[in-house]
Design a protein around this ligand. Structure first.
Ligand code: DC
Length: 223
């Protein structure tokens, strides 16, 4: 493994802690940070904006492959633009979350975004921590460290619930966490660790502990 470039891939379902963990590990190791889910979300904003019906597969594919996506790799300055428009806040809105599976469940859309994600990860000379549903298996199976974070359903609902406090109903919360994961898992396995992927159940662990475990795994491969 190169001492100068390090690639860390973190997979997991909604509420497993992958985003906050990946961002903090990137900060601690002075690496880039790639939120691959933000790219699926950005494309969702683009197709909804242009009036595309989520059920119109051909139109969703065209909107995806034609989208100009720009995304920050700075863990301290997260922004996303699609087709020249800043959508950093909009990608987190319930309307986007409710429709993002329309992109995530189409293989052609996935292939296009995976290709762009690999290119982005290779573009950062420091290396990168990337997180998403398929980063350890499809986007970057040859990453130096690959980790699957999971957590119990109760814990994942509680974490997303506190992040979205007051913004969504209980039904919408369940839709965002459980229905979306069920839909997404039709094409991607993000609940079982593939060969060579470390599995960490974060249900009972503090955030600091999870970050420390990831940093220890990095130390092992660097030793
Ligand atoms: O991690 P997130 O909730 O921001 O991801 C948004 C959606 O994008 C989610 O429904 C699944 C999809 N996604 C994916 O299929 N593969 C990825 N690598 C990242 C996200």
């Amino acid at each position: 493994m190169s001492q100068t470039r390090l690639v860390i891939a973190i997979d997991g379902p909604s509420g497993s802690g992958k985003s906050s963990t990946a961002r903090e590990v990137a900060r601690r190791l002075s690496l880039g940070y790639l939120d691959t889910g933000a790219m699926y979300r950005a494309v969702t904003v683009a197709f909804l904006d242009s009036g595309v019906d989520p059920a119109d597969t051909a139109a969703v594919i065209a909107a995806t492959t034609g989208a100009d996506i720009e995304i920050s790799l700075d863990p301290d300055a997260h922004w996303v633009r699609v087709n020249g428009r800043e959508v950093t806040a909009e990608i987190r809105e319930p309307r986007t979350s409710a429709n993002v599976s329309a992109v995530a469940t189409i293989p052609e859309c996935r292939a296009d975004l995976v290709r762009r994600q690999r290119a982005l990860m290779d573009s950062d000379p420091r290396g990168v921590v990337a997180e998403g549903r398929d980063v350890t298996t499809v986007v970057y199976p040859d990453a130096d460290v690959r980790i699957l974070l999971t957590a119990s359903e109760v814990e994942r609902l509680a974490r997303r619930g506190s992040e979205l406090a007051g913004q969504v109903s209980e039904a919408d919360l369940r839709d965002q966490v459980l229905r979306r994961d069920a839909d997404d898992s039709l094409l991607v396995n993000f609940t079982q660790a593939a060969d060579g992927v470390h599995h960490l159940d974060t249900s009972e662990l503090s955030f600091t502990h999870v970050v420390d475990v990831v940093l220890a795994l990095v130390d092992e491969v660097r030793a």
